[in-house]
Design a protein around this ligand. Structure first.
Ligand code: HXC
Length: 255
């Protein structure tokens, strides 16, 4: 199996793409399996946070060019790639991408489906689709602009040249850069930290950041205010504030 799912202690799921012979290119089988996994762990209450990684050499070199080289528009329409991206796009829990090596094309777009990106010093991000005569097809022209702004995004999209992890971090595409050998451990440690937080608050933060950024500010602020008020109906709010006032560690239930 090219995609592995592990449930780890601390309510963390770790999903690893392992198709090194094709540099983790995202063929139909890999994308179908990723979709199945994300549907499964979205519903699994024992999973609070997920980490998505490739191997220690490559995150993903993009969509499988061999499977697309002779395709016609109708083939691409019937493949309906968006069906397999949807469970990642709609994953309601915090998702951390652990990126070693190349995250190119669909691989960079895959990383951008995450909420936090941890990259190794040797990681490279890029949208090289233009070099093979196409354009990004899983959010690259949209999420990249929202992450780094028009002028950085245009340079990456129009030249197809990869950028190094530090540059990606400086422009806001990466949350944190760590030594190459420490990427997965750091991502998992962060996942455990987030998984120990009140889960409804974590989900609502994700929902508001993602939905709010495409709404007019006043509508987004209203959504935030209503959600803020709603949090006062949770047991974790009562416990979190009581624990603070009683100077003890909180014990959250996710309710
Ligand atoms: C199919 C791929 C592949 C890909 C690598 N391989 N990337 N196969 N699709 N995207 C295969 C090669 O054909 C080769 O197979 C083997 O993996 C090793 O690749 P090399 O190039 O020899 O490895 P290396 O020198 O280490 O270079 C790694 C690399 C390079 C820099 C990642 O492979 C590369 O540039 N790949 C293409 C990146 C790209 O253009 N991505 C965008 C794809 S379009 P053989 O059989 O020869 O050993 C896209 C559109 C997204 O992503 C749309 C939304 C889904």
């Amino acid at each position: 199996m090219d995609v592995k799912l592990e449930r780890l202690p601390g309510q963390v799921a770790c999903i690893r793409i392992d198709r090194p012979e094709a540099r983790n290119a995202l063929n139909a089988a890999v994308r179908e399996r990723l979709a199945e996994i994300f549907i499964e762990i979205a519903q699994d209450e024992t999973v609070h946070c997920a980490v998505l990684a490739g191997t220690d050499k490559v995150f993903a070199a993009g969509a499988d060019i061999k499977a697309m080289a002779t395709a016609e528009p109708v083939d691409m329409m019937l493949r309906a790639g968006e069906r397999t991206w949807a469970p990642l796009k709609d994953f309601p829990k915090p998702l951390i991408a652990a990126v070693n090596g190349y995250a190119l094309g669909g691989g960079c777009e895959l990383a951008m489906h995450a909420d936090i990106i941890i990259a190794g010093e040797g990681a490279r991000f890029g949208q090289p689709e233009i070099k093979v005569g196409i354009i990004p097809g899983a959010g690259g022209t949209q999420r990249l602009v929202r992450a780094v702004g028009k002028f950085k995004a245009m340079k990456i999209l129009l030249t197809g040249e990869p950028i190094a992890a530090r540059e990606a971090e400086a422009m806001g595409l990466v949350s944190e850069v760590v030594p190459d050998g420490e990427v997965l451990d750091r991502a998992l440690a962060l996942a455990r930290q987030i998984a120990a937080m009140p889960q409804l608050a974590a989900r609502k933060i994700k929902e508001l950041v993602l939905q709010g950024s495409d709404l007019p500010l006043e509508a987004a602020l209203l959504l935030e205010r209503n959600t803020f008020q709603l949090m006062f109906g949770t047991a974790d709010q009562k416990e979190g504030m009581a624990a603070f006032l009683e100077k003890r560690a909180p014990s959250f239930t996710g309710r």
